[in-house]
Design a protein around this ligand. Structure first.
Ligand code: UDX
Length: 431
């Protein structure tokens, strides 16, 4: 099929490359010329394992094309995916200006029947508004607007595209649904469930999924706080409850506050939608509060570990991104922890496999180190912030020259008995 992806970010570029890899012809459009030039010169603007090879292979085959020319791309395609950002507005709602701008541009280029597909995460009833924009310039018989949210995790996006638990499509148009089913048939053949519902249903499914996953994580983090007070190992509790198939074992890992480009944004947006439709989503609102409070709770914990004497203390961070296998700092707990600890007089060194971060570049006593040993050699406190594989088998005795160096393992990569044997002062989460 001939496809146009409007927006070449985490969603548009990954989905576009994966659609091309299934044999479709895909135009990826972006208004940022530099991004399109990078892609046409075989450079990838985002960090996503496996993406570079996939893009190069399909660009070389001619199936995957990059352009700033939206008119050409839309007029050459039958399926038009809107994959632009929906950032959080000041009042917590999803900012839809890029979605509506894309809709306006599309409406000027309907040269034959088009299926316009919202893949961006958009609040319930956005599809109705997109349809209204396009029908202001085109007869309703010339197009259809449907919803097809993505469930891609950063760092696992290609796998999540290729092996989704389900493909959710929101439309009541049988002919259009048949067409979309053909598009996704290769994934259905490998076991994915093709689930169709109303357009608004699909819009709510996306937000409800993310809000529920965020709730699961925050719930476990709070149970972890109770475990700390009652000398229980939260990992046992996570295993014990996760064995109940109604709960499920995944997304029960305690850690820093959840971050990323989606959970923080989407929980706020669905809470806002609730208020807009006069329904108070109180549980999600409490998850937002609990997660935000967690950042200062863990910063406070780090201070207590150093008996609140931070002046000139050397603290090392292993990993600063919001999770492993991404370079994304959005919503990372480190973005609050490091400036706060720095303000209290600590000297901070950090190592992250994805390199130095602009978030810390203006902090006088915060230094990026190019490897683990340089980051840790003078540490009074080593904080494991992100669960990168290379932090999972550290040789602690060789890490710091400081005799009573303390470990604060915010991802529970190690176990208290193991660390006791090494005679290390070890703190973790929920234990
Ligand atoms: C999420 C959703 O998983 C994905 O389906 C959606 O399309 C986009 O948002 P992402 O934000 O990329 O994906 O990463 P995810 O792996 O979900 O982690 C989100 C946050 O939750 C991270 O900060 C992670 O560290 C945290 N997390 C995740 C936990 O703290 N515990 C867990 O068990 C799982």
């Amino acid at each position: 099929m001939k496809i146009c992806m409007i927006g070449t970010g985490y969603v548009g570029l990954v989905s576009g490359a994966c659609f091309a890899d299934l044999g479709n012809t895909v135009w990826c459009v972006d208004k940022i010329k530099e991004k399109i030039n990078m892609l046409n010169n075989k450079k990838i603007p985002i960090y996503e394992p496996g993406l570079e090879e996939l893009v190069k292979k399909n660009h070389k085959s001619g199936r995957l094309k990059f352009t700033t020319n939206l008119e050409l791309a839309v007029q050459s395609s039958e399926l038009i995916f809107i994959c632009v950002g929906t950032p959080t507005s000041k009042n917590g709602s999803a900012d839809l200006k890029y979605v509506f701008k894309a809709a306006k541009e599309i409406s000027k280029n309907i040269n034959n029947f088009k299926i316009i597909i919202n893949k961006s995460t958009v609040p319930v009833s956005t599809g109705d508004k997109v349809e209204k924009i396009i029908s202001s310039k085109n007869k309703k018989s010339k197009f259809a607007v449907i919803s097809n949210p993505e469930f891609l995790r950063e760092g696992d996006a290609i796998r999540d595209f290729r092996f989704p638990d389900r493909i959710v499509v929101g439309s009541n148009n049988k002919k259009v649904l048949r067409k979309i089913k053909i598009l996704y048939q290769p994934l259905v053949n490998k076991g994915a469930v093709f689930f169709s519902t109303s357009r608004r249903g699909a819009e709510i499914i996306k937000y409800a999924s993310n809000a529920f996953l965020a709730t699961k994580i925050s719930f476990m983090n709070e149970i972890g706080n109770l475990c700390e007070k009652t000398k229980v190992d939260v990992e046992d509790v996570a295993l014990g409850i996760g064995l109940d198939k109604r709960i499920g074992a995944r997304f029960l890992r305690v850690g820093p506050a959840y971050g990323g480009s989606c959970f923080p944004k989407d929980t706020k947006a669905i809470a806002f939608s609730g208020d807009k439709f006069n329904t108070n989503l109180s549980i999600i609102k409490s998850v937002i509060k609990s997660n935000e409070a967690r950042k200062s709770l863990l910063t406070n914990r780090a201070e207590n570990i150093l008996s609140r004497r931070l002046k000139n203390k050397n603290i090392s961070f292993l990993g600063v991104t919001f999770k492993a296998n991404t370079d994304d700092m959005r919503g990372a707990t480190s973005s609050l922890m490091i400036p706060l600890l720095h303000k209290k007089g600590a000297k901070i060194r950090y190592y992250d496999p994805t390199g130095p971060k602009k978030e810390f570049s203006k902090l006088k006593n915060v230094f990026y180190c190019e490897n683990i040993s340089k980051a840790c050699k003078k540490s009074d406190l080593i904080i494991i912030h992100t669960e990168w594989d290379e932090f999972k088998s550290l040789n602690f005795n060789k890490l710091s020259k400081i005799k009573n160096c303390i470990i604060f393992d915010m991802r529970n990569l190690y176990s208290p008995p193991q660390m006791k044997k090494l005679k290390l002062k070890y703190y973790s989460i929920g234990r």
